[in-house]
Design a protein around this ligand. Structure first.
Ligand SMILES: [Mn+2]
Length: 368
């Protein structure tokens, strides 16, 4: 992970792009035309959560991507079954299946698995097509809107969560979580990692937890991967280099107390950042934000400082632009259009190239 590119003494940025498989309107032959994008981050989307990903399906994905000249070594995500998060007896079977999937992915040459441990709701926003001043649309999170929603009314239509839950399923699930506070969720995460990380070590796969998005509790459900002390606790639950982090700047960065670049420097030096999600967000109030373009001036995060932190730690792991706005009339999966994410990739690559080429110059400045 910390190997330098010997040819020019520099560090090559492993820029990747998320792809949602055959149903994704952003096709592989479009992605391969984005300058500097070397790899794809994907998953097998039609296997029910908790079931094994077979070698056959995994290799089909890998070969399909590689046929386009793109690398395919990162999975985002292998989802964790709710019974594991709840700590139910049935978790044994689901953890065993998860371990088999890790082994299969390792055998197929995958190096990194992104996952998260958020109860019930994955990433949550209150609006998917919020109109920005320039006419583009972006994802929005309004604390007021989310606080006024009741997941039990069945009217909940927040993006980013599984619409396959019926009103009754949701009621049962939320009731089950009544017995799971933050400490209990930590215990359940530890139980999971104690079984999964040794398998990941053997398989040569790095586990990379994605922080909670947003990094605070919603609907009274516990959320435990929100800040530096949570991440510190996470890496100590099972002290292995294979137990690491997907450092998502946009998820962590909506809480101004999370100094994203400092987190990259800290956990990067420990060798625990296995995957980087790079995007900007604009904080518009307490627990309120809108997603912006990747450019520093458009949001609240200093993307140069963030890329500089990756550069300083000698990061050679996969990194990707994260959500983009919808621009130029594009339609498709909110946050995952082609154009704005492609601009993000090129912008991040541009920052990196500058850091590489001014490295010597900056060293000179410091030593003068
Ligand atoms: Mn992310």
């Amino acid at each position: 992970m910390f190997l330098e590119n010997k040819e020019n003494g520099g560090i090559t940025l492993e820029m990747t792009f998320r792809w949602y498989g055959d149903s994704d309107p952003v096709t592989l032959d479009k992605i391969r035309q984005i300058p500097g994008v070397a790899g794809i981050v994907s998953a097998i989307y039609d296997v029910p959560v908790g079931e094994v990903w077979t070698m056959e399906r995994i290799l089909t994905l890998k070969h399909q991507v590689e046929a386009q000249g793109l690398k395919c070594e990162v999975i985002e995500s292998v989802p964790v079954h709710e019974d594991i998060k709840l700590g139910l007896a049935s978790r044994e079977e689901y953890i065993a299946n998860y371990c088999t999937t890790i082994r299969n992915l390792g055998k197929a040459g995958f190096t990194t698995i992104c996952y998260n441990f958020m109860p019930v709701f994955d990433w949550t926003r209150s609006k998917l097509d919020y109109k920005l001043a320039d006419g583009s649309t972006a994802l929005l999170y309004s604390r007021e809107t989310v606080e006024n929603m009741n997941p039990l009314t069945g009217e909940l239509s927040l993006p980013g969560w599984d619409a396959s839950y019926t009103k009754e399923d949701m009621k049962v699930l939320l009731e089950q979580y009544q017995n799971v506070n933050e400490e209990k969720l930590w215990e359940n995460l530890q139980y999971f990692l104690e079984r999964v990380i040794p398998v990941a070590e053997q398989a040569g796969v790095k586990m990379a937890i994605h922080p909670d998005d947003p990094p605070w509790s919603i609907f009274g459900l516990p959320r435990i991967i929100k800040n530096k002390s949570d991440l510190e606790r996470l890496i100590q639950l099972v002290d292995s280099p294979n137990n690491g982090i997907t450092l998502c700047s946009g998820s962590l960065g909506v809480n101004p107390e999370n100094q994203v670049a400092a987190l990259i420097r800290y956990f990067g030096k420990l060798g625990r950042i296995h995957f980087g999600h790079c995007r900007n967000i604009k904080i518009t109030g307490k627990n309120c934000f809108e997603e912006s373009s990747h450019r520093s001036d458009d949001g609240s995060l200093d993307m140069v400082d963030i890329m500089q932190a990756y550069h300083e730690i000698g990061f050679t792991g996969p990194i990707r632009p994260d959500h983009g706005r919808m621009i130029w009339g594009e339609t498709g999966k909110p946050g995952y259009g082609l154009y704005d994410r492609a601009l993000g990739a090129v912008y991040l690559n541009g920052i990196w190239e500058t850091l590489e080429k001014t490295k010597g110059a900056m060293k000179n400045e410091v030593t003068v």
